[in-house]
Design a protein. Structure first.
Lengths: 210, 210
DNA sequence: GTCTATATCGTGATAGAC
DNA sequence: GTCTATCACGATATAGAC
């Protein structure tokens, strides 16, 4: 993991003549590269172990440039995990439709979000960091949980809707931990649809059954 | 008396005259104090943010003494979370008794372990560290999960027993995350028995129902 | 046994040259 | 805009005095 970078498209064959001025800055511009590098670094290492220098190296820029664009490390993190993640998006997808399919729709939506690397990376960054970094824990509590749970809970016709919604969330969080963070078998290699089939009835009971 | 409580940084009033040689070594001996301090430090801050100096300060000893007794930081961590946690203990308690009460016994056992600070602290240390520190993740995978799950799974009379046992574990892990690590409401303040009542049927379904 | 002193390194952040 | 140079700090770990 020294020089090669995932973004670099297929090691172009060695060109002759004078090197292009853009040789070291192919692909997206520096700002975007920094943001992407920050996301994957925070996702893989968590907040504490991620360094500005490490982000800079992954983005193939100078460390000072990271500060120049984003300021402090906290601000880099905030920018990296700032999720458009509009919670409204989940409402029609999951809550719409027949109530008896709620658990299955939620389980499938949850897994699809985590199976897609594009959406998984910032979530991993938040999860890996929330355990020790208070600002990340705030993001998890206030955005991922509160804004989402209170909307879901508002639609439920059960006693203790917020507690039930949170228990459902705790199960999904635990699955994310074991499957994507700790990578414990057999869950880490299980077929997503098998997980959906097993988990859906649980979510259904929490959210729709009294 | 909490005179040697690590949370209270030695609030002893400033004494006059020549310091007693024992002033800094009241209570348990240094080795025990270091171990206890290490447990709470790792539990509260996670592996990365915990420093040998911090442990030494909490234990009111010199930092070099920590190295002298336990070696490197990794070895301090291993000693701190080395859980006697005999998995055999859980077998009769939980698996014994009528099968239809399995979920409830497991839920109650799980919460009792986490509600007791004595058993919670090393588990918190493992959980907070496993997210970023590979050695801690190994402990979580190999000891807390594998040794426990494979015994439980061996007793189950359902298809996919290990996957089902792990799904049950994922739910409990998620509850531990939200209640004890992230402290998200309303789960963080919920009555343990209410949680048992809600979660028991879920565990029951995973472990005993086909 | 305990602690002082230190070697060595990596961190976040800033100032300022080009 | 980009990068060099540097500051101030705290980390692990060790050598060795008493």
């Amino acid at each position: 993991m020294t020089e090669e970078n995932p973004e670099e498209p297929a090691a172009a064959p060695r060109r002759r003549g004078r090197p292009s001025r853009k040789a070291a800055s192919e692909g997206p511009d520096a700002r975007t590269r920094i943001l992407e590098a920050a996301r994957t670094e925070f996702a893989e290492r968590g907040y504490d172990k991620t360094s500005i220098r490490g982000i800079a190296k992954a983005a193939r820029v100078d460390a000072a440039l990271v500060h120049h664009y984003f300021g402090t490390k906290d601000e880099v993190f905030a920018a990296a995990v700032e999720v458009t993640f509009e919670p409204a998006l989940v409402i029609p997808t999951v809550l719409g439709g027949p109530p008896e399919g709620l658990g299955e729709r939620l389980a499938r939506f949850f897994l699809s979000v985590w199976e897609d690397p594009g959406t998984r990376t910032p979530l991993l960054a938040i999860l890996r960091s929330a355990v020790t970094h208070e600002a990340a824990a705030d993001v998890l509590r206030d955005f991922v949980l509160r804004r989402l749970l209170e909307r879901v809970a508002a639609e439920l016709d059960v006693p203790d809707p917020t507690l039930r919604a949170e228990l459902a969330a705790s199960h999904m969080l635990g699955i994310a931990m074991l499957r994507y963070v700790v990578r414990a078998e057999p869950l880490a290699s299980a077929d997503p649809e098998d997980i959906v089939a097993m988990v859906a009835p649980t979510l259904q009971r929490y959210l729709a059954e009294s």
